[in-house]
Design a binder for this molecule. Structure first.
Ligand code: SAM
Length: 265
């Protein structure tokens, strides 16, 4: 995508967007120069950032498959990002063709791309909403047509909560989702982690996002584990994303993402 192309309403091509920068890191084309320049500054210090992004996507696919095989048939992917293949609906529908999937992101460009991709989709929708307003998000009229919180659901917070600063009370936000989730529901969460991350690359990531609407917020593993209060943590607990039920050997990376899965009892 270049600056000379159509810019959808609400999209500012001069302001770095996390969704678009992440799309660039994953090898996508839905990004602007400002996003590529920001990502390139981090990649200069942590050249394996794309490897880490792909490891996080693999974690997402492993857990969605695990939950679909266990019988969960509703999936709420919050902070879903610009569509990348395979996506959640493709993965779970290979197991259960009737599974319902709701993609949520606050970035208008995500809704534009998802809207085009899912135009013919049945029981797969994309809505624009902010994770930090759980009550508005969970009562969104299109969402409530597909997601029944009285039945088990998988909520995905993948690569999202490092964009929710402490002043927004991330643990309190997560607790509001937890309180609506039926027993048997699962929560998966991953975010940038302080423990083991290269200091210079971490500082660069924080610096490039400091003036964005959602500055980057690294956290220690024990802080991330507390996000699972009220859930039973699935083994092996909160670990480097490459180590959560690895399905293939994954290289270590300069920056670290910690990941975990919790079950509501
Ligand atoms: N979950 C996807 C994945 O793992 O491939 C994308 C992760 S991307 C790093 C983070 C996404 O979270 C971006 O698309 C960004 O727009 C979205 N996001 C950030 N803050 C958000 C908020 N407060 N509410 C909803 N989405 C948000």
């Amino acid at each position: 995508m270049s600056e000379h192309e159509f810019v959808p309403p609400g999209v500012d091509p001069t302001q770095m967007s996390h969704a678009r920068a992440y799309d660039y890191v994953l090898g996508g084309k839905d990004n602007y120069a400002v996003d590529r320049e920001a990502a390139a500054q981090v990649i200069q210090l942590a050249p394996d950032l794309p490897v880490l992004g792909k490891a996080q996507r693999r974690f997402l696919l492993r857990v969605t498959q695990m939950c679909a095989k266990a019988g969960i048939d509703q999936f709420l992917d919050i902070g879903s990002g610009i569509p990348t293949a395979p996506n959640v609906h493709e993965t779970v529908r290979a197991i259960n063709p009737k599974a319902g999937v709701v993609y949520v992101d606050y970035d208008p460009l995500v809704t534009v791309h998802n809207g085009a991709l899912l135009a013919d989709g049945d029981r797969v929708i994309s809505i624009q909403a902010d994770v930090r307003d759980p009550q508005a998000l969970m009562s969104h009229p299109e969402l409530t047509e597909l997601i029944d919180f009285d039945r088990p659901v998988l909520i995905l917070f993948v690569g999202l909560f490092h964009l929710v600063a402490d002043e927004h009370d991330p643990a309190g936000v997560i607790a509001q989702y937890r309180d609506r989730m039926a027993p048997g529901s699962h929560l998966m969460l991953s975010q940038f982690c302080t423990d083991g991350s290269d200091e210079a690359a971490k500082a660069k990531l924080e610096e490039i996002s400091v003036n964005s609407p959602s500055p980057m917020c690294f956290r220690h593993k024990d802080e991330i584990a507390r996000f699972f209060d009220g859930f039973e943590l699935v083994e092996p607990g909160v670990v480097d994303v490459q180590d959560w039920w690895p399905d293939e050997p994954a290289p270590r990376t300069k920056l670290k993402v910690a990941a975990g899965v919790g079950k509501k009892l």
